[in-house]
Design a protein around this ligand. Structure first.
Ligand SMILES: C[S@@+](CC[C@H](N)C(=O)[O-])C[C@H]1O[C@@H](n2cnc3c(N)ncnc32)[C@H](O)[C@@H]1O
Length: 172
C-alpha cells in the first residue's frame, strides 16, 4: 500500500463531511462544461480516483469507480450500492482498451505515483470523452497540464475555485 493510500485510508471516515459540498460544486461545473457530452443512460463511465464516490454519484449512466484506498471504496459501496466500485490504481487499470465512453478524474491526478502512466491508462480504457480536474495549488499543476495537452485534444478549460477542469477528446 502506498503512503498516499494510507493517508486517504486514515482520513476516510471524515472525508465526506469535509469535502462533500466542495466536490459537488466542482461536479456541477463539470456537468455544465460537458454540455451535450454528458453520458447517456446506457453509456459507461469510469471515475479514476473516485474516493468515497462523491464524483461518481452525480451521473445517471453505467458507472464504475476505482481508487487505491480500501476504506474510501468501502464507503462508496455503502453509499452508492447501485454503482460499481473497486480498489485499484490509475497506473494499472484492470479494463480492456476503449471500454468506457467517458473517463473522469476529479482532484486525484496529482496523487498518482506516476502521472504519465495514469494518463496513458485513462487514454487506453477511454473511447473518446475525458474530464480531468487538477488541483490548482498542486506543485505538479504545470507538469500535469503539459501532459494533458500532449495526450488529449482540449475542448474546454474551466477555471474552478480550486481546480482547473479539462474537458478533452482523444487525439487519434
Ligand atoms: C481529493 S480525493 C478525490 C476523490 C473523489 N474524486 C472526489 O471528488 O471526492 C483524491 C483521491 O485520489 C486517490 N488516489 C491516490 N493515488 C491514486 C492513484 N495512484 N490512482 C488513483 N487514485 C489515486 C486517493 O485515494 C483519493 O481518493
Amino acid at each position: 500500500m502506498s503512503d498516499d493510500s494510507k493517508f486517504y485510508d486514515s482520513i476516510a471516515e471524515g472525508y465526506d463531511e469535509l469535502h462533500m459540498a466542495e466536490q459537488l460544486r466542482k461536479m456541477s461545473d463539470i456537468l455544465a462544461a460537458l454540455g451535450t457530452d454528458i453520458p447517456k443512460k446506457t453509456e459507461k463511465l469510469l471515475d479514476v480516483g473516485c474516493g468515497s464516490g462523491i464524483s461518481t454519484s452525480v451521473w445517471s449512466c453505467d458507472c464504475t469507480g476505482i481508487d487505491p484506498s480500501e476504506k474510501l471504496i468501502g464507503i462508496a459501496k455503502k453509499n452508492y450500492p447501485k454503482k460499481k466500485f473497486l480498489v485499484g490504481k490509475a497506473e494499472e487499470l484492470p479494463f480492456p482498451d476503449r471500454s468506457f465512453d467517458i473517463v473522469i478524474c476529479v482532484t486525484s491526478i496529482h496523487n498518482f505515483d506516476d502521472v504519465r502512466k495514469g494518463i496513458f491508462e485513462m487514454k487506453r480504457v477511454g473511447k473518446d470523452r475525458f474530464a480531468i480536474t487538477v488541483l490548482r495549488k498542486s506543485q505538479k499543476v504545470d507538469e500535469i497540464e503539459k501532459l494533458i495537452i500532449i495526450n488529449f485534444r482540449i475542448k474546454k478549460v474551466v477555471m474552478e475555485d480550486k481546480d482547473l477542469i479539462f474537458i478533452c477528446k482523444r487525439r487519434d
